[in-house]
Design a binder for this molecule. Sequence first.
Ligand SMILES: [Zn+2]
Length: 356
Amino acid sequence: MSLPHRYRKDFSPLSLLYRWISNLQLGRIHRFLTLSLFCMTSPVWAGWILSNIPLQKGFTKIPMVSTRTLPKWEIPPPQQAARMGAFCAQLKPFFKRHNWKEDPCGQVAWRTHYHSAQGNPLIYTEFGTGRNTTLFFGGVHPDELTPIQLSFRLAQHLHDHPEIYRDKDIRIIVAPLINPDGAFVSPPIRTNRTIDVNRNFLTLDWYEKAHASWQKKNRQPRFFPGFFPNSEIETHFQIFLMNTYQPTKILSMHSPLGFYDYDGPEEDTPAPGGTPREFIYTVAKKSNNYKVVNYAIFPGSLGTFAGYERNVPTITLELETNDTTKVYAYWKQFFPGFLHSIQHTFSTPTLSLRKK
Ligand SMILES: [Zn+2]
């Protein structure tokens, strides 16, 4: 029900001003002069008000990591051990929730340099000191649960079996949980809470195709490649490992598509140690004859960045399910393939921009 007009208060600025001036009990002439003075100086008032609105309110600030700001993401060395300890303690209930019995971090000597946006350390570990270097990535998409357990298990197994790499010109790097921020939400998600880390690498086709490809997927937030390439600390972390260790091959674990996908040099010229194609088929054969496919290439993905553009043989292992009860069967099935990946030697050095 609306009140009769005379009871309604008028709160327009001019009416408020008029009432304030009336309250001063000035004479009619003074009232006229005060109002005129206000009206004449109004541009000055307006300017003063506008200049006090902070300029950045007109823009959206997009958080992004660059090589210039990378030092801000470093964990100071004195804090690294404590941060990793807290992280491993946080992983225990995560494992328990999925009925995985082992201690995730175990006795492995983990390392860290960078932390995620949520402050989680980005961890990895190194076995052996040889030149034949294999990089294992897990947990890039943490809603794919099975690879996370498998990657931690691989690290623990390598720790327990140094005969695999000792005195053998072999080096193995395992980064079991590339994207912890996506893992520590309930339920775990694909992105690092904003961006699909496996679409964020600065590949040659990123600017041209990453957003177009995302739009084809109905702009689902879970596939968002970022506003810029290489904008995420998880991307920089993977690049850091590739630059530091110059791997001769990379194996990244995902699920649940159920195949091995190979990205890398296509040359089929026979070479000592076999061609990269022969290599992937042997790995698959040793994994209980697992399927090998030539899956689509995505702008901003690791396969495109490392495999296709830098000629580092890159395997994506897609486990068949996210069924967390199957991890022990998966270990039995895939460990012989992992072992072959570790031991296989390519004759030609890799990690160079693809020649066209
Ligand atoms: Zn995935």
